[in-house]
Ligand binder design. Structure first.
Ligand code: AMP
Ligand code: ZN
Length: 495
């Protein structure tokens, strides 16, 4: 099966050929750990988890290395630490903030069915590697020292702007560029800056007296190069080199410029390479109920809130439901994160789970041998087509119908769901609220659907009859419109 991936750099979908099939290397920019991860942050985590699973399936579990960094040095972290722990020395407060946030991030994305990457380097553990790259860039004259800062000189990189596909003038017009006295040209960006007293600091690159800290972009250049090549570096004798390139670099679309453009410039210039990554992949943006998510609009939705609090849609949502809701849309398209989307995902997930639950018992019976199935071929093909998870989930829906008719096919459904990261090992019904809901889903779901189709064909007598039937069961329904203006019915237990 040929895997095809869309590359932001060349703007084409092309066959994926790993540089080294015995170790496919992928790097994805991870979280800055100062606050709960929001549902937009969950998108790259879920999308690249699907890709990680697919690569492991195609090349073998031991033949894929996935590195996702943790940014634990950042002004936002310093501000949060000072605000939340005013009595503590800043460095101690920072450690508290980053440790807590990292733990929460892991708990959240584990619940979304995401595998842990092969390595999750923290920026503060790799400052030495960052400094080494900065020193190379200074020696190559791609970077200069000015007022205790080190800046990358974009004029020295002919390819600068090729990822964002913008000229320097266009970048200047579109970007909020900090004008600073230590910059020779406005687009030059910081590789290293001085720290204020009390802020985290490390010995600076050669030629700078005062201690300081790295800029954000250099972190990823250093950690990708350090951690993706560990296996090969261990076998090299002195003087031998390694390619300093890797297969896939991922992140959200907002990172293309300036973050990835700058990473690419740093890595290519420091290591004298024509490319940093073979394929650049970017997920589209997520908005909430038709609006850009922001704290000031009050529509900021965290992963944790969806999973554990009754705020978005007045109920909690299982991790599998959030995952399916995310994967219903192709990763490069924008997503509108709505309550309706979650309801639809929940309908599907509950049906799959009921099917698995109902059939698994007889299949576990030793007289019926449960074979581990290969994932469904059509699902694999959809995923291999630039991660077409929308098509893959449609096919899973059909597969579930097939299993209803032929229960022996269940192992194929289970392994297909597993490839998509949907597992039912933690029973959905173990949460009492969900158990009750699940019970109701079975009864209410088909009635709501029957009523929706009655309404669609303007059979209002039938739709009223179903409404009364639901009311008699203690279920209140509400007819409204979704963001596209289409009619939508929601329900809740009448109080
Ligand atoms: P940050 O912590 O802001 O650097 O973001 C971590 C990751 O989440 C990056 O890959 C971002 O591109 C991604 N991301 C942040 N906000 C959104 C959003 N609203 N939609 C999709 N991806 C996002
Ligand atoms: Zn990065």
């Amino acid at each position: 099966m040929e895997l095809k991936l869309y590359d932001t750099l060349t703007k084409e979908k092309r066959a994926f050929v790993p540089l080294d099939a015995s170790n496919v290397r992928m790097y994805v920019c991870g979280p800055t750990v100062y606050d709960f991860a929001h549902i937009g942050n969950a998108r790259p985590v879920i999308v690249f988890d699907v890709l990680f699973r697919l690569l492991r399936h195609l090349y073998g579990e031991k033949h894929v290395t996935y590195v996702r960094n943790i940014t634990d040095v950042d002004d936002k972290i310093n501000d949060r630490a000072a605000r939340d722990f005013p009595g503590l020395p800043l460095n101690e407060a920072i450690r508290k903030v980053t440790e807590q946030t990292e733990k929460q991030f892991h708990a959240d994305v584990d619940e979304l069915g995401c595998l842990r990457p092969s390595a999750e380097p923290r920026a503060t553990e790799h400052i030495g590697e960052m400094r080494a790259i900065i020193e190379k860039l200074i020696a190559n004259k791609n970077a200069y020292v000015e007022q205790d800062h080190v800046l990358f000189s974009v004029a020295t990189d002919q390819k600068y702007g090729s990822l964002a596909r913008r000229t320097l003038d266009e970048m200047l017009a579109g970007a909020r560029v900090d004008v600073a006295p230590y910059k020779r040209a406005p687009m030059d960006f910081v590789l290293w800056k001085p720290s204020k007293p009390g802020e985290p600091s490390w010995p600076s690159p050669a030629g700078i007296g005062a201690p300081g800290r790295p800029g954000w972009h250099i972190e990823c250049s250093a950690m990708a190069d350090k951690l993706l090549w560990e296996d090969v570096k261990a076998t090299l004798s002195s003087g031998q080199n390694y390619p300093h390139q890797f297969d896939i670099h991922g992140g959200g679309i907002d990172l293309v410029f300036p973050h990835h453009e700058n990473e690419m410039a740093q890595s290519c210039c420091a290591f004298h390479q024509s490319r940093m990554a073979n394929v650049w992949m970017h997920n589209g943006f997520l908005q909430v109920e038709g609006e850009k998510m922001s704290k000031s609009l009050g529509n900021f939705v965290t992963i944790n809130e969806l999973l554990t609090m009754d705020t978005f849609g007045k109920k909690t949502w299982a991790g599998n439901v959030v995952r399916v809701a995310m994967l219903k849309t192709h990763y490069r398209q924008p997503i509108d994160w709505t309550i309706k989307r979650l309801w639809e995902a929940e309908d599907q997930v509950v049906q799959w789970e009921l099917l698995v639950d109902r059939i698994i018992e007889p299949l576990n019976n030793p007289s019926l041998m449960l074979k581990v199935g290969e994932p469904d071929r059509e699902v694999m093909e959809a995923l291999a087509d630039d991660l077409n998870t929308h098509r893959a989930l449609d096919r899973v829906h059909h597969l579930a119908n097939e299993v209803r008719r032929e229960p022996e096919r269940l192992p194929f459904l289970i392994s297909t769901l597993r490839l998509l990261g949907i597992e039912f090992s933690r029973p959905y019904g173990s949460n009492p609220a969900n158990a009750r809901r699940r019970d109701l889903m079975e009864k209410v779901g088909p009635l709501i659907m029957a009523r929706e189709s009655a309404r669609a064909r303007k059979d209002f007598a039938e739709s009223d009859r179903i409404r009364d039937q639901l009311a008699a069961m203690g279920i209140a329904i509400k007819d409204g419109k979704d963001a596209d203006g289409k009619p939508v019915t929601t329900w809740e237990v009448a109080r």
